[in-house]
Design a protein around this ligand. Structure first.
Ligand code: SF4
Ligand code: F3S
Length: 104
């Protein structure tokens, strides 16, 4: 599966949702997640993300993000249509450790 990682937080550009053939993105207030059981590993979303936040879970160190994606995909609503990025998306793009700063 592919996973949405830290840099989506407070950016949420949503380009990714338009290209997913199985519509497996789910939307929280500050970022999106991919449902790991629905993702077919096609990889087309990865290059679409301006924040480079989408990665294959085969990359090392993404265990935490796989858990985050799996957990919130069950709680959040599906999103399939692109919308405006978050208001300060550019300011937050590239900030390190957003999950720790804003969610714990
Ligand atoms: Fe959707 Fe393909 Fe991205 Fe998985 S890898 S979330 S199926 S676009
Ligand atoms: Fe997030 Fe990138 Fe999609 S910032 S909403 S994963 S395009």
């Amino acid at each position: 599966t592919y996973v949405v990682t830290d840099n989506c937080i407070r950016c949420k550009y949503t380009d990714c949702v338009e290209v997913c053939p199985v519509d497996c993105f789910y939307e929280g207030e500050n970022f999106l997640v991919i449902h790991p059981d629905e993702c077919i590993d096609c990889g087309v979303c990865e290059p679409e993300c301006p924040a480079e936040a989408i990665k294959p879970d085969t990359e090392p160190g993404l265990d935490k993000w796989l858990k985050v994606n799996a957990e919130f995909a069950q709680l959040w609503p599906n999103i399939t249509v692109k919308k405006e990025p978050m208001p300060d998306a550019k300011a937050f793009d590239g900030e390190e450790g957003k999950y720790e700063k804003y969610f714990s």
